[in-house]
Design a protein around this ligand. Structure first.
Ligand code: PMP
Length: 305
């Protein structure tokens, strides 16, 4: 990843990919206080556009606020940096990764006196959980790791440190032959995937955990809430139990990387017919219409590059 051509935006400058480096005494590298975003640009019918750029930038600033980090750039500058990175790398469609971190001036736990940095990188990235998974659905394992408690790490921040929990859950699931992990909250209710929000469908009603289960307020999750409204589907945010997923008719994950990925199995229990369900397919197809610029109602969610 580090050794390739291209440009990365770093603290206001466009630098060569190979030269985008930080020091080993970087505070965030030691203690994990930093925040990031995952954003996608699509090759839409009207050219390359970034999906829900403003919402991602707003969430980055909220994450920084929660972590008490004062970003040295404005939201407009961060939006522009993302547009510039897509352009500089001549990408038609891509994944974007803005990251903010605490510098290397001093290494006590207190970050006071350290510089806050920001970078944006972008690269081509296809279906996160595989093309086949998008059609057939993926196999998921309930993790032995519990999702963060809402007062231990801050679950509405997309904080760097939160991801050791995601990594452990994802590695465990993959080692056990599954495609992804599902994490339960500290009370045992369904929270989210290692990098995705979850939805289940039962008797035509769409359910997703409310955010008190410690799930990130996903931007794709929010997009699906809009889609359900447009499709006339009832959507309920509530506590969901693990066995409610087993007996659901359909289930799917959402995320910027994962987009809308059907789930066909949880813990070797087949969900519904064991493949992508008809309502999931409708939602997935509406999602791809929106991100690819084929639904004028949501043209304002696409920022042209
Ligand atoms: N939960 C977690 C833990 C995630 O990492 C992500 C990916 N950002 C999501 C949910 C989905 O969020 P979004 O749709 O905004 O990408």
């Amino acid at each position: 990843m580090a050794d390739r051509d291209g440009k990365i935006w770093m603290d206001g400058q466009m630098v060569d990919w190979r030269d985008a480096k930080i020091h080993v005494l970087t505070h965030t590298l030691h203690y994990g206080c930093g925040a990031f975003e995952g954003v996608r640009a699509y090759n839409t019918v009207n050219g390359t556009a970034i999906f829900r750029l403003q919402e991602h930038t707003d969430r980055l600033f909220n994450s920084a606020k929660i972590l008490r980090m004062q970003l040295p750039f404005t939201k407009d500058e961060v939006n522009q940096a993302q547009i510039d990175v897509v352009k500089a790398n001549k990408l038609e469609s891509c994944y974007l990764r803005p990251l903010t971190w605490i510098g290397s001036q001093k290494l006590g736990v207190s970050p006071k006196g350290n510089q806050i940095h920001l970078m944006v990188a972008a690269w081509a990235w296809g279906a996160y959980l595989g093309e086949e998974g998008m059609q057939r659905g993926i196999r998921v394992k309930t993790s032995s790791y519990t999702r963060h408690h809402v007062n231990i790490t801050m679950t509405q921040a997309k904080a760097v440190s939160n991801y050791s929990n995601s990594i452990l859950a994802n590695m465990e699931a993959l080692d056990d032959g599954y495609d992804e992990a599902l994490l339960l909250d500290s009370a045992g209710f369904v929270s989210e995937g290692a990098g995705e929000n979850i939805f289940v469908i039962k008797d035509g009603v769409v359910y997703t955990p409310d955010l008190s289960a410690g799930a990130l307020n996903g931007i794709t999750r929010n997009t699906v809430l809009h889609i359900c409204k447009d499709l006339g589907l009832d959507l309920v945010q509530k506590r969901i139990t693990r066995d409610e997923v087993y007996i659901a008719d359909e289930a799917f994950f959402t995320g910027t990387a994962a987009e809308v990925t059907p789930i066909r199995e949880l813990d070797r229990v087949q969900i519904g017919s064991g493949s992508r369900g008809p309502i999931t397919e409708k939602i997935q197809s509406a999602f791809f219409d929106i991100v690819n610029g084929r639904n004028p109602k949501y043209a304002h969610w696409l920022t042209k590059v």
